[in-house]
Write a protein that binds this ligand. Structure first.
Ligand SMILES: Cc1ncc(COP(=O)(O)O)c(C=O)c1O
Length: 415
């Protein structure tokens, strides 16, 4: 696409954007009486205007029905999310469930998919993975009596580079192969914005005999995913970033159908028990077939109500249209930032197949101050030590004009 660095061009792109109307479905924080320039969807997505009604519906049912609502409505409430969740991550309905929060789900999944032996006991993650993943992996390794210094393989970029090279990842998987029990990589790295080739990593992980899982916090609702076809063993994600379902909203889980009748280890709870006999309250755990068998507790209905409203929007817009716009929108941000390459450099890969919507931008001088001043001028983005600002134009609600204005503000600060 041929971009131009002008507000007229950005406005023209907005007029031609076939999914521009979705912006009106969201509440924007206000800044000087106008919509703020919001690029924080990689942390917390904006609030759909329907969220409140969704929560109120459930509060009304609670008020009117009390516990009767539990049996008539909420017991199967999470099932209303199944089809749209499956569509979003490229799964079969039996392979997904919404439950708990992301790190909790990673732990629950590792109980099943990390079964170390004396020969095969290592976990592979990216160096600089989100700290919660790092802590979770280390604590799992220690829980099984191994030493993270030996049992945690951290995929590390080459000297002087920020992103991992695909060949280096595969080379490590092959060379360490026989000792690897589990691979757990972020589908998109939270810091660099680099997206990984999940299919190839899964293929090579399986060749060497490991389980392969992904933390999709920065990928779900951002990239087109095809978890079933890629043959991924397991995955988990949060729904408060690109999926716009509000602070602390419940996480999503994928378990491939080949593990649906799982007989190995898992931490059980009554919500994973066969639905037909759950309320017989028998002593023996009979798991539901598929991902739902990993549920432990009953569902947080009020935050699921927000997710349900948000998923309606994804179903309507469709990931194909969202991803098409996303590539063009992030491409525009990249184009504009590249006009100031003496002052900033982009850490995120330039190939759109290797990134989602986020660009991580290294500020050459006074980065923290520039970030703070962006906030004072009505640009919401975030700062990651030591010198990176992350900007995530979300195709559902960001416009080309947002992108143009934000970069102009950045340019004026740096001038
Ligand atoms: C990549 C990644 N993993 C894990 C987490 C932790 O999520 P939670 O607090 O829902 O467990 C986050 C949170 O932002 C994240 O970005």
């Amino acid at each position: 696409m041929k971009y131009e660095a002008s507000i007229e061009f950005a406005q023209r792109m907005d007029q031609e954007d076939p999914i521009r109307s979705y912006r009106d479905r969201f509440h924007f924080p206000q800044f000087n009486g106008e919509d703020i320039l919001y690029f924080g969807g990689n942390s917390l997505g904006l609030m759909p205007k329907t969220s409140k009604a969704g929560v109120n519906e459930e509060l009304d049912v609670w008020g009117k029905m009390g516990v009767t609502g539990q049996h008539d409505r909420w017991e199967a409430y999470h099932e209303q999310l199944t089809d749209s969740t499956a569509r979003l991550v490229g799964a079969k309905p039996s392979e997904v469930v919404v439950m708990n929060a992301l790190t909790v789900n990673l732990h629950l999944l590792l109980v099943s998919f990390y079964q170390p032996t004396t020969d095969r006991y290592k976990i592979v993650i990216e160096k600089g993975a989100f700290p919660s993943d790092q802590y979770a992996m280390e604590s799992q390794i220690k829980f099984h009596g191994f030493d993270p210094k030996d049992a945690l393989i951290e995929l590390t970029p080459r000297n002087g580079e920020k992103c991992l090279r695909a060949d280096d990842i595969l080379e490590t998987l092959r060379s360490e192969g026989e000792s690897i029990a589990t691979i757990l990589i972020g589908g998109v790295n939270y810091y660099t914005g680099q997206a990984f080739d999940m299919k190839t990593i899964t293929d090579v992980g399986h060749e060497v005999g490991a389980y392969v899982g992904f933390d999709l916090a920065h990928a779900a609702g951002n990239l087109k995913l095809d978890l079933h076809e890629w043959n991924v063993d397991f995955a988990a994600w949060c729904t408060y970033k690109y999926m716009n379902s509000g602070p602390g909203s419940p996480g999503g889980v994928f378990v491939h159908e080949k593990h649906g009748n799982w007989e190995g280890p898992r931490f059980a709870g009554w919500w994973g028990h066969d639905k037909e006999t759950r309320f017989e309250m028998g002593p023996e755990f009979v798991p539901i077939t598929g991902a739902e068998g990993w549920q432990v507790s009953n569902a947080p209905i009020l935050s699921m109500a927000c997710l349900r409203k948000s998923m309606d929007i994804f179903d309507e817009a469709g990931m194909d249209a969202l991803r098409t716009k996303s590539e063009a929108l992030t491409g525009y941000l990249e184009f504009l930032l590249n006009t100031m390459e003496d002052k900033v450099s982009i850490v995120t890969p330039f190939d759109s197949k290797e990134r989602g919507c986020q660009l991580s931008v290294m500020i050459h001088e006074n980065g923290k101050k520039v970030f703070e001043q962006l906030g004072e001028r009505g640009v919401v983005c975030d700062w990651r030590e030591p010198d990176v600002i992350r900007l995530a134009p979300a195709p559902l609600y960001n416009s080309y004009s947002d992108v143009y204005q934000a970069v102009e503000i950045l340019r004026s600060l740096m001038d």
